[in-house]
Design a protein around this ligand. Structure first.
Ligand code: HEC
Length: 146
């Protein structure tokens, strides 16, 4: 029964749902996201999305540098809802415990649509095969959400 329901969910999903919730194929949303990225994100993640040097090594105070958002990073390993929550709430809130992070939440600065736009801009810069893998990650994540 459960399997039949998953099958139905996949049938109902279709190709559009596999793209997830980021409007990365809508030029006006991507353009808006690029502007928002420059204003809010580039200082840490880099104008070219390359992140900070040695981004996998925490500093003496235990803080990680800002990771890249291009295909060398792991932004594209995360499904849309998690990316949205990271940007809205910040990494400390997502990881919990006493995790320390410079990645603050932007929910008081950016509207939900603006957060989707900035993430759409980031996704629009990825090579076609990375976009395809990310769409598959979204589709798989949907199976575990309610
Ligand atoms: C003050 C510096 C700073 C700014 C500004 C900033 N970030 Fe970050 N961001 C970080 C750091 C540092 C991390 C790594 C967080 C950690 O694991 O502690 C991070 C992590 C992330 C991640 C998770 C990436 C992954 O591979 O897991 C996303 C997504 C992200 N940032 C998006 C954004 C977006 C979008 C903006 C602008 C709206 C932004 N960030 C602005 C510092 C920043």
């Amino acid at each position: 029964m459960k399997q039949a329901m998953i099958g139905l969910a996949l049938l109902a999903a279709g190709p559009a749902a596999a793209q997830g919730i980021l409007p990365y194929d809508q030029p006006s949303r991507v353009e808006n996201g690029a502007r928002l990225y420059t204003e809010n994100c580039a200082a840490c993640h880099g104008a070219d999305l390359a992140g900070q040097p040695d981004w996998q090594t925490a500093d003496a105070d235990g803080y990680l540098p800002a990771p890249p958002h291009d295909e060398t990073g792991h932004t594209w390993h995360h499904a849309d809802p998690l990316l949205f929550r990271i940007v809205a709430l910040g990494t400390e809130a997502i990881v919990g415990g006493d995790y320390k992070s410079h990645m603050i939440g932007f929910k008081d600065t950016l509207s939900p649509d603006e957060i989707l736009d900035v993430l759409a801009f980031i996704k629009s810069t990825w090579p076609a095969e990375v976009i395809e893998i990310h769409n598959e990650i979204n589709e798989r994540a949907r199976l575990y959400s309610n």
